[in-house]
Structure formats: structure tokens, C-alpha cells
Design a protein. Structure first.
Length: 112
């Protein structure tokens, strides 16, 4: 799948980001601007698709270290993509993937 648009809010330093990647993307910017967090977010999406999100959150120390400024109540991710040519279906020109991870209270518990 080729990512056409990625929206994220509430994840680490990515308070609210809308990214429309091109065919080739280079992440540059000062330290602490979110480059590594964007890559970690893509990793979390892959981990979630494999059903391994619970172990990842536990290894990260719970929900608080993953939340924007430790204060957000939810991480929201929306991806719009297009299937690869060999996967293209006449009925679908684009795919949409949504992931909401809600923190339950101030604990490290969460709900997807």
C-alpha cells in the first residue's frame, strides 16, 4: 500500500499532524521536531496490524510515555492509501485505516 495521507494526533511530540507523503520523502529538521516519532508511529501501525500492540505499550512503560506531552487522552491515527497495482480492485481506489487508542483514566490501561 502506498500512503497518500497520514493524520495523527496525541502521539509523543506529534500533537496534530497531517502528512501527505510524495514518492520519495526525506525527514529533516532540528532535534526534537518529531522525525523519529513519525517513524515510530509507522512502526506502531505495523505492530498493531500484527496484533502485538499490547506488548509494545507494555514495553514502552504504559500509555503515558506515548501520549503527547503526557497529557492527551487518546492517540488517533488515520491513513488513506492506495493499493499496489497488483492489489488494485475495481471497487476500491483507496484504502482507509483508522486506529484510536484511548487511555483509561490516568492508568497505563487503554482501549482500542
Amino acid at each position: 500500500m502506498k500512503i497518500l495521507e497520514l493524520e495523527v494526533s496525541g502521539y509523543r511530540s506529534l500533537r496534530k499532524v497531517n502528512w501527505k507523503p510524495g514518492d520519495l520523502n526525506i525527514l529533516i529538521g532540528p532535534n526534537g521536531s518529531g522525525k523519529s516519532n513519525l517513524l515510530r508511529l509507522l512502526q506502531i501501525i505495523s505492530i498493531s496490524a500484527r496484533g502485538e500492540l499490547s506488548a509494545y505499550i507494555q514495553n514502552a512503560g504504559g500509555m503515558e510515555p506515548l501520549m503527547w506531552d503526557g497529557a492527551a487522552n487518546k492517540i488517533a491515527v488515520r491513513i488513506i492509501g492506495s493499493p499496489l497495482e497488483e492489489e488494485r480492485d475495481v471497487d476500491r481506489e483507496s484504502l482507509r485505516y483508522e486506529l484510536d487508542i484511548n487511555r483509561l483514566g490516568k492508568s497505563s490501561s487503554y482501549r482500542i
